[in-house]
Design a protein around this ligand. Structure first.
Ligand SMILES: [Zn+2]
Length: 339
């Protein structure tokens, strides 16, 4: 299709997903379709100026493919916790130099479009809500299970942001007194037990003590995909490790279900590549331990895969435009609009 002609027909938003390892950009239309992409390895130790230049390059590459007149805004998803009310990154553990950095204002200086800034878990929840597994629902919890655990909540048809816009840091629910050390510095967080990192750490420790497993038999390093592969070949230890992981996730999800009463829990992140294997155990835990009114809440796989946050950040720009429209309309009514 002629993308130039097509873009003249539609409004588009720019989404930027600034991750700890990859920085990705996309042009997204109002239906959530990705029209163009750009990508760079994140200069995680380069400091804010280098990161901002990277984002500018990503946007320039996207705009080379489109008419800038159709762009409604830019949504940026960044690793948190970010104070999105003030627009300030107080401290991003995975990126150096972001101490009390006015990220939104600095981004806005560089772009002629309205900039929206969002914590990455919330941006991904918005993506799944607007264009993915939670489309049309008023209540959903998104959980990414990857290197860490993050998430976001949509409640009563609205994005739950909380004080400073930092709601739904699901990975840091405390689940164990004096438990395993979490990257956040605390002990006993859900992330320290349920993340892909925690899962492979358990697998490595248990494989060395087990003579009956093929896992790590050749002295190879063990990754989560190896555990799932061995489990499929009937490895008893590996199947046990996966069942335990499903139980840990099920326990965390059950708490979330009780607190938020979502229509669905949407699971994304690296471990959701093995969703079919994990889902029955997670669902079984919920069924056994959730209160009667909550047992039927389903856990589903993220529809947008690793693009939940990227498409979600563009969706954020569309939502911001919609809010501005409503705001301007009400200012007209009050006679306050000057432009
Ligand atoms: Zn933690």
């Amino acid at each position: 299709m002629n993308s130039k002609l097509w873009s003249e027909m539609q409004q588009i938003a720019i989404g930027i997903d600034l991750g700890g390892t990859q920085a990705r950009g996309a042009l997204v239309d109002e239906r959530g379709n990705v029209i163009a992409r750009s990508e760079e390895r994140t200069d995680a130790h380069g400091g804010p100026d280098r990161i901002l230049s990277q984002m500018q390059r990503l946007v320039d590459a996207l705009l080379a493919t489109s008419e800038p007149s159709n762009v409604v805004g830019i949504g940026v998803s960044a690793p948190g916790p970010i104070d999105t009310v003030a627009g300030v990154a107080r401290n991003i553990p995975t990126l150096s130099g972001f101490a009390d950095f006015p990220l939104r204002a600095e981004l806005q200086k560089r772009f002629p479009f309205p900039v929206s800034l969002e914590n990455d878990g919330i941006a991904a929840a918005i993506g799944e809500w607007q264009f993915g597994a939670g489309k049309g629902l008023d209540n959903l919890i998104y959980v990414t299970v990857s290197t860490g655990i993050g998430g976001g909540a949509i409640t009563d048809g609205r994005v739950l942001r909380g004080r400073r816009g930092m709601a739904a840091h699901i990975g840091h629910m405390s689940v164990m007194p004096n438990g395993e050390l979490c990257p956040c510095g605390n002990r006993g967080c859900f992330e320290a037990y349920g993340s892909g990192t925690a899962f492979t750490r358990r697998a490595r420790a248990r494989a060395t003590r087990c003579s009956e497993t093929t896992l790590g038999a050749n002295g190879n390093e063990i990754h989560s995909r190896d555990v799932f592969a061995a489990a499929r070949s009937g490895d008893v230890l590996c199947n046990k490790l996966i069942d335990e992981e499903a139980e840990i996730l099920g326990r965390g999800f059950t708490s979330l279900i009780h607190i938020f009463s979502p229509d669905v829990v949407v699971m994304g992140g690296g471990l959701s590549n093995e969703f079919e294997r994990l889902q029955p155990g997670i669902q079984q835990y919920i069924n056994a331990w959730a209160m009667p009114g909550f047992k039927d809440v389903e856990v589903v796989r993220a529809d947008l895969g690793h693009n939940s946050g990227l498409i979600g950040s563009a969706a954020l720009a569309f939502l911001a435009q919609e809010n501005d429209r409503l705001d301007i309309r009400s200012k007209f009514v009050r006679g306050e609009h000057k432009g």
